[in-house]
Design a protein around this ligand. Sequence first.
Ligand code: IVH
Length: 693
Amino acid sequence: MTQFSLLESTDEHARAARRAEKLRKELERHNRLYHQLDAPEITDEAYDALFRELVELEETFPDLRTLDSPTRRVGGAVLSSLETRPHRERMYGLDNVFSAEEWAGFQQKAFRALPEASPEVMSAWWADPKLDGLACELTYENGILVQALTRGDGEVGEVVTESMRTVRNLPLRLNGKDAFPPRRLEVRGEVLMFRKEFEELNERQTALGQKRFANPRNAAAGSLRQLDSSVTAARKLRFLAYGVGELDVQYRKPWETYEELMKALSDYGFETPPQGRLCHNLEEAESYYRYVEGTRDLLPFEIDGVVYKLNNREAQRALGFTARAPRFAVAWKFTARRAETRLRRIMIQVGRTGVLTPVAELEPVSLGGVVVSRATLHNEDEIRRLDVRENDTVVIQRAGDVIPDVVGPVLEKRPEGLPPYEFPRTCPVCGVPVRRLKGEAAWRCLNMSCPAVIMRSIVHFVSKAGLDVDGIGQKWVETLIESGRVKSPADLFTVTQKELMSYERMGEISAVNFVSALEKARLSASLSRFIAALGIRLVGEQTARTLAGHYKNMDELCAADVEELLQLPDIGPEVAGSIRAFFENSSNRELLERFRELGLWPQRQDKTETEAAALSGKKVLFTGTLSRPRDEYRRMAEAQGANVASAVSRNLDYLIAGENPGSKLVKAQELGIRVLDETAFLKLLETKASRPE
Ligand code: IVH
């Protein structure tokens, strides 16, 4: 009997093992389709079902939880402190150059150090953007990720294996049909946080009263070096591979050039720096540098220069290293986006949630080609930490945000007797004493009828982050509020053309445009835009989209309880609580009733409506410099039912290319994807949009 059940359970175990193996493969394939190729084949629900099945199998048979299991991507292991381990091969830094002359000088030195090498070999350099993140080394043994080390001091790094397993765009098992994956492959690259995620993280940090990160690099470092890997998992880091450490590739011929190596890394399933290419002379190196510098803001992450690596790996080995850097690779850095200027005064802005934000008013100064006259100081603690005072000379820099940061005062230039800055204890707009809630860094004006809070929430309602009403200027919204005509966002929709024209400087055309823009928004607002416009604390555009994807209309959302909200992806207790609190508040309920009466009560677009749209179900991608902000084009495309991709893949329908389109264009052409210029794209929207269905 005992023997029989043992047999039975072994059998069951074998079945489970086969199923788990299949699930792992499938999940990783879908992960790759979703995160790297931007071409999901199954719905999120179907993915979750497969995922849950694997979790259950692994819970029943813990030995099936392999090191490359996708379930590790959600993190969970909590360590007491980060262990350190030596790198097998030292991770060197790079020497920097700052001009074409210095670049040429570096190359000359390499030429001289290896006089026997042919000029062809010594002139071909692989170039790619210098990623501004945190260097990391991943070790794969027999194709499986077994260790991740930060760069540390180059000799010894911190073990961040569990955390790195949560990074979605790296393979836990090397791709490829190879029966013999490399016995050992150390992949080196940069861990990055994309600008968007960085901004969202800082918003969350502010909302929770926690310290903001100064730039995406610090945020990436802070997020990776976590003892609890589920924190890392929530931070959405990425890994871009740009090199290798120790190698044991078994039967394969080692890669002869950097170009081949990069191709191999990408075949193994790694994302690599975009736009990498070979340069054969100073001219090409310089023009590539200018191109990357000119398009850096189009990338979703921060870069700080271009790295050039001798293409021939044999010649690399022959050149070797100086005490601190390779002789075969160099970074041509961008000129810093830092500048010095005088801080005229510290203004306090009162935001839509009542938070008092100090803003540095600066003597205008040019920073990376943009004239800057304001910088954010975030909160009182930040001012105190930096000890910046009105009339100080300060260093400012542009990090991830468009609004620059104040790095600190230049103490040598501080005039004598400048008093430290005193943060106000009353709201500068309504005069009511401000409060600093427990555990929060921000002072808040809690007066519900503070004119600043009301004004900001109305402005937010129609802004890009809200309903995105085209063509009504913020100034006019402010005027209407100041005159007392508009007291809530709902009032805006009742303002008539005639009323508007009674205001000074409001002509007939502007008045007509104003009213029709709001009318258009009222009739066509999508559910997700409407939710985002409400300005519920902690609910930004992303969460609004999640909610709108799940609930058919506002009535369903208003009725959702916390338990139910917690079932949705990316919604934690804090967000769920905030949503519930919003709908339970009686003045919010009144406001919603008014919207309903006004007919501004969107339903989720049903299928037939979406299908009728011009680009329904089409996948589009924008690249290069366009004449309007890319965000605007994204919205236009989405409004017509398109999915906007972030990378070229086989199932892309259109690539819309502006000037200097770069490698995406090349790739799209290779794959035979239709490429449109801006004019053709706009035509497509028009013709199709007016087509009767
Ligand atoms: S190649 C042997 N390529 O910059 C040198 N490095 O400041 C191999 N980095 O330690 C490095 N982007 O961590 C290379 N595209 C890129 C890079 C890159 C960033 C880092 C790397 C290096 C640091 C030096």
